[in-house]
Every structure is written in structure tokens, then in C-alpha cells.
Design a protein around this ligand. Structure first.
Ligand code: SF4
Length: 648
């Protein structure tokens, strides 16, 4: 670090809910090596999550971390990362992470804390209150049973609108393994089931307010870099497009753009707010709220695999009901509903706990969401355990579930199979398959960089502003070292390095943290060769330059990359020590990808399924890049020495 340090408050608040006790960790004890967010959480997890510990064990820590860019003017930096043992994990409660947007993380930084480490279980429902550095636990029994949105309204009505709240709903209280914790209307730690961990600790909500500034080591450079990147960010991300509002939805429901996270400088296709949507379930009631990301599927999408016809108003209402109850949207829309439709199609059952499986009918959705959240009925209680545990418990629907869930208890995402909303074809899902194989959750939520960029910028998916494959190949060669890595006819060649490199990008996005939908910047509509640049910085280095200017770090780009990988290496070692993780586990994804893909590469002309033996060779390449033993997929002794982890 240069003389001047920045980006951190220097303190992490520890809360023991069993004893109602507090203590402070110095953030500087984890720095510079562990960077922030997911990096610091990995060290805490290594030290405090022991073999055999369960997600609902009181001593299992729930680690909520900001990073050096949180609360600063860095574009897309308002995120927070949650880490711990995940109830949603299958067949093990794998250690993993989940990040969320909104304004909660910055407010926690302004209150003087870089993060929270929460252990224990309170005797009564409580709320953690952090007021500009001061902290206390308050009885929250009056809030227990209330929804996430309702709880926030109640707290902010009594505390004031400046306070930010991170809360759980009935699903979290009932230890539903697919429960979320969330802030505002749509910013949730969606995957992992961490809402149930808060419920198991009887922690109903965390409410925070702060007025403290976040110091910046090199404010002049930081401001310059952030404005360059903010400017470039207005060039399309993910794919060349110009987000537009729908005039009819503006007129009828008050649709408007609303960024989902503090620090977001752009209009995003992903984040729209509605001010006046009439309720179907309670005529006369007017609803408002945000629809982000996968929630756009709730109404149904004509002509797709998700072609139920719930309609906008009913879909919006169920999306808000799911937000309030606190249930994982991705599991529900990409996993549970398609699975139930398959069961009906196959004649296994046409009912969910007595209610006809009818995704066009809002009453079916209401019954489903409340059945899972409140653990009522046999199927409701079973699905509250997550789809794969429900299959084990109910004894049916296994084959169909295997079409939708690649691994670790999470429904498909950018994989060319179970996820049928994202357009991807062979060979590009080989990189997703590798990301899935090496992870403990859906890897894409902080690993969109390869799949979304390539599939978004190719002409097949962006006929007007898309790029020719020659351009994509030349940029692919620059970023991944081989044109085959991004060639539609490149097959299994050059696929290991993109997964290896995006693994580090994922760690950076969860440690700084910054928005996964935007970084790393690779392609641009603003440069002649379409390689992203801003000022004197190449696109893939944007996050690094913001980190250096904010913290005063003197790491070279190679040292930064090395320290990102060290975090990933420690996470792998935790999986080996606590879960005996090995290549055998990693290879469990293969059977899912061996099924024929659901979209066809126009240059191949027929659906392709993975060739397991050829993929295993790609896995060998990946293990070698990581310095892991190709036989068991575990870090080699020399790798541990290389990363200074030999004594860990
Ligand atoms: S770009 Fe979209 S997803 Fe990202 S922070 Fe902005 S609104 Fe949210």
C-alpha cells in the first residue's frame, strides 16, 4: 500500500446473537492480501467454519461483507456479498456466496463498518440496529411473520427513510432452504438460501444508517478513472442494445427506469420500476415495485419454454408476493415451475397440494408460493427443502429435475440446457460447464463475463449492432490467448483458460464488489476495433484501476491477479477440508451437459450434447492451470506453497 490507504473503514462488527455480545475485528488484519468482500469472508470461513458444521448450526458464521469500492463513486459499486454454509446447497450445504445490490452495503460502510460476522442464535426474534457506529439488538417479535417489503416499511416508518434495511420474510423464518434475504423491493441475496440462515439465528432484520465518509487513497486518479469508466459504461454491456421503456406500460403502470444498485450510472434493460399496478388478488389495491432480471418471466414469455400466460398484472403481483415472502426467483421460475409442468405433462401429478398445476392461474401461483414459504401441505413442505431434496422426499420427478438442475442444488443458468431463456449454443456452454463443475453454486451470477459477452455481441443474437466473428476471434485471442476460445466452430479448444480467467473476475466482482452484469468490459461500440478502453485503461483492467486508486495498493496487475487467485485457492482448500471435495464431485455435472443442447449452433446445424471424455481433457487443462492434481482435483503441495497457503 502507498502511504495513504483508502476504501476501508477499518472495522468489521462481530455479533454473537446467543450472548447478545459484540466485538470488533480490524479489517487491516486481513489486508492487503484478502482485498475485501468474498476474499475476507474466505479467511473467516477457513478459520471458523469447521468440518461437519451445518448451515443452521448457531456457531456457523453468516458473513456479510462490503469491499473497498462500496460506498464510493465507483460506477456499479453498491453491491454487498454474503458468505457462509448454504442451506440450498445439494447434496451438501456447500460453503458459498451470494451478492445483492440496493443501498444497504454503502450505508453499512457509512456507518463505519466494512462488514458483519454474525454467529449464535437469539432466544427471541431480534433486529440488529447500527446507527452511525453505535450498535444494539432490539426485540423484533412484532415483526416476525411479516414480509420483507412490509418489514422494511414498518422499520423505515418508525426510524426514518434514511435507514436501510436487510430483512427476511416468512420463508426465511420457516427455514425454507430457498429463502432469500433482501433489501428494497428486488435486491436479494437470491441464491444459497441465506434467508433461512438468518431465520435459524432468529435475526429478522439488520437496519443501518451512517454519515461517515469513505476515504480514497488517490482521489484525483480515482475520480478520473471512475468518470472514464462511467462514460464507457454508456456503451452497451452484455450485448449492443439501447434499453427502452414500453409506452403502454409507462401509460398504464407508470413504468420507469430505476437502477437496482447504488452507483449505477446507466439505464438498464434489467431494472424497471412500476408505480401503479392493480392487484388481481385484492381488487382495488394498487401495487408498486421493481421487476429485475429473471422476474421478467413471471407473466410468462410467449413462444418460449416459459410460455405460461399469467399476464403482466398477475405476474407482477406474484413477483411482489414472492419478494415479500422471500423466495428465490431463479429456483421458482427456472426450476420449480418447469418441473411441475413436466410432472403434469408426464401424468405423474396434475396437482400441487390439491391445487391444479395451472401456471396461467394466479391462484395456483399464490398457493404455490405460500405453500413453500409457510411449509403447508406435503409438496409445499417438500419444495421448501429445494427441488432436489423434494424429489428425494417425494420419490418422483428425478429425471425431469436432472434436465433442469446442472449441479449443487441450483437451476440452470447460461448452460444451453436447463436455462432456456438465455440464448447460447455449443461450444460456448463448455465454459459454463467448467464454471459449474468447479463451483459450489450457480457460477454465472458472478461469472456472466464470457457467455453473456460472446453470445450477446455475436450477429446471430444482435443482427444490427453485433460483431462479425473475425472481430470476436481477434478480441478473444487478445483476452484468452486463442481465437478458438471464442470460435463457433472452435469445439473443445481454448475453453479452459476463459473459465480460469473468469474465475478471477468472479472473485474480483464479489470482493470489490462491483456489478457482474457490467464487468469485465471486453467489447465496446465506442472503439474502432470494438475492444473496450477508457482513457489509458484497457476494458478488462477497469476494476483493477479503480481498486488501486481507491485503496492506494501498489500491486501490479499480475500481483492483483495472483491475489484474486489466492482467494479462489483458499476456497477450494476449504471445500477439500470440510467436504472432501474432489474431481469426482466436479464431474457430476457431465451427465447433465451430455444431454442434447436446447439451441442449435447455426454453423453446426444440429443439437450437440457434451462428449464427456473430451470435456475431461478440458478439465485436465483447467486443473493444470490452477496447479491442482488432475487425478483428484485438489491443490498440489507446490501450489499451496506458491500462494503462501502451505501452513493453512
Ligand atoms: S446495470 Fe442493471 S443490473 Fe447492473 S446495477 Fe445497473 S440496474 Fe442493476
Amino acid at each position: 500500500m502507498t502511504g495513504k490507504r483508502g476504501g476501508y473503514t477499518g472495522e468489521i462488527l462481530r455479533v454473537d446473537l446467543t450472548r447478545g455480545a459484540f466485538s470488533i475485528d480490524s479489517t487491516w488484519d486481513y489486508l492487503p492480501d484478502w482485498i475485501g468482500g468474498r476474499g475476507i469472508a474466505a479467511v473467516v470461513a477457513w478459520r471458523e467454519i469447521h468440518r461437519g458444521m451445518g448451515a443452521f448450526d448457531p456457531e456457523a458464521p453468516l458473513i456479510l461483507m462490503t469491499g473497498p469500492l462500496t460506498g464510493t463513486m465507483a460506477p456499479f459499486s453498491g453491491r454487498t456479498t454474503l458468505c457462509g454454509l448454504a442451506p440450498q446447497g445439494y447434496p451438501r450445504e456447500w460453503y458459498t456466496r451470494s451478492s445483492f445490490g440496493g443501498h444497504f452495503g454503502p450505508e453499512l460502510k457509512y456507518s463505519g463498518y466494512d462488514g458483519l460476522i454474525i454467529t449464535g442464535r437469539s432466544k427471541i426474534p431480534v433486529m440488529l440496529v447500527i446507527d452511525n457506529g453505535k450498535y444494539r439488538l432490539e426485540d423484533a417479535s412484532r415483526l416476525w411473520g411479516h414480509g420483507i417489503i412490509e418489514t422494511q416499511k414498518t422499520i423505515r416508518n418508525s426510524y426514518g427513510s434514511r435507514w436501510r434495511v436487510f430483512a427476511i420474510g416468512p420463508a426465511g423464518e420457516n427455514l425454507v432452504r430457498i429463502a432469500v434475504a433482501a433489501t428494497e423491493t428486488e435486491s436479494a441475496s437470491g441464491q444459497g438460501g441465506f434467508g433461512a440462515v438468518m431465520g435459524s439465528k432468529r435475526l429478522k432484520a439488520i437496519t443501518v444508517r451512517g454519515m461517515k465518509p469513505v476515504n480514497i487513497a488517490d482521489p484525483v486518479r480515482f475520480e478520473t478513472v471512475c468518470s472514464w469508466i462511467g462514460e464507457e459504461a454508456h456503451a452497451s454491456h452484455g450485448w449492443p442494445h439501447t434499453p427502452r421503456l414500453d409506452p403502454e406500460l409507462v401509460h398504464r403502470y407508470g413504468q420507469r427506469f430505476q437502477a437496482c444498485t447504488q452507483g449505477c450510472p446507466i439505464r438498464c434493460y434489467d431494472a424497471r420500476f412500476y408505480t401503479r399496478v392493480p392487484s388481481k388478488l385484492c381488487p382495488g389495491r394498487i401495487l408498486s415495485g421493481q421487476i429485475d432480471c429473471i422476474a421478467g418471466l413471471f407473466p410468462g414469455v410467449c413462444g418460449t419454454f416459459y410460455d405460461w400466460n399469467l399476464g403482466f398484472e398477475a405476474g407482477f403481483e406474484i413477483a411482489q408476493l414472492t419478494n415479500d415472502e422471500g423466495i428465490n426467483h431463479w429456483e421458482l421460475l427456472v426450476g420449480i415451475i418447469p418441473w411441475l409442468r413436466f410432472l403434469k405433462q408426464d401424468g405423474v401429478t396434475d396437482r400441487f397440494d390439491g391445487c391444479m398445476i395451472e401456471p396461467d392461474n394466479i391462484r395456483f401461483w399464490e398457493t404455490l408460493v405460500l405453500g413453500i414459504s409457510r411449509r403447508t401441505g406435503e409438496m409445499g413442505n417438500a419444495l421448501a427443502e429445494g427441488t432436489l431434496r423434494a424429489v428425494d422426499r417425494l420419490g418422483f420427478g428425478k429425471e425431469r429435475a436432472e434436465l433442469l438442475f446442472p449441479a449443487w442444488g441450483y437451476a440452470g443458468h447460461w448452460d444451453g440446457h436447463g436455462d432456456r431463456i438465455n440464448r447460447i449454443f455449443f461450444p460456448f456452454w463448455l465454459v459454463s460447464a467448467l464454471q459449474w463443475a468447479m463451483d459450489t453454486r450457480d457460477p454465472i451470477s458472478s461469472g456472466h463475463g464470457y457467455v453473456q459477452n460472446i453470445m450477446g455481441w455475436c450477429r446471430e443474437h444482435s443482427p444490427v449492432h453485433g460483431l462479425d466473428w473475425d472481430v470476436i476471434r481477434s478480441i478473444g485471442a487478445r483476452v484468452y490467448g486463442s481465437p478458438e476460445s471464442v470460435d463457433p466452430l472452435g469445439g473443445y479448444s481454448g475453453k479452459a483458460f476463459p473459465a480460469y480467467w473468469h474465475g478471477h473476475r468472479s472473485v474480483a466482482k464479489d470482493s470489490l464488489p462491483v456489478d457482474d452484469q457490467v464487468f469485465p468490459r471486453i467489447f465496446s461500440t465506442r472503439t474502432s476495433d470494438h475492444y473496450a478502453r477508457a482513457g489509458d485503461i484497457d476494458g478488462p483492467m477497469f476494476e483493477y484501476e479503480m481498486f488501486r486508486a481507491a485503496t492506494g495498493s501498489e500491486w501490479t496487475a499480475a500481483e492483483y491477479e495472483f491475489n484474486l487467485e489466492r482467494i479462489l485457492q483458499l476456497e477450494r482448500m476449504l471445500l477439500v477440508r470440510n467436504f472432501d471435495r474432489s474431481r469426482v464431485d466436479d464431474e457430476t455435472v457431465i451427465s447433465y451437459f451430455e444431454q442434447p443442447e436446447t439451441r442449435i449452433n447455426p454453423y453446426i446445424g444440429e443439437p450437440v450434447g457434451m462428449n464427456g471424455d473430451r470435456f475431461r481433457k478440458v478439465m485436465d487443462e483447467y486443473y493444470r492451470l490452477r496447479g491442482w492434481n488432475c487425478r483428484d482435483g485438489r491443490p498440489l503441495p507446490e501450489t499451496r506453497v506458491k500462494f503462501g497457503l502451505e501452513n493453512v
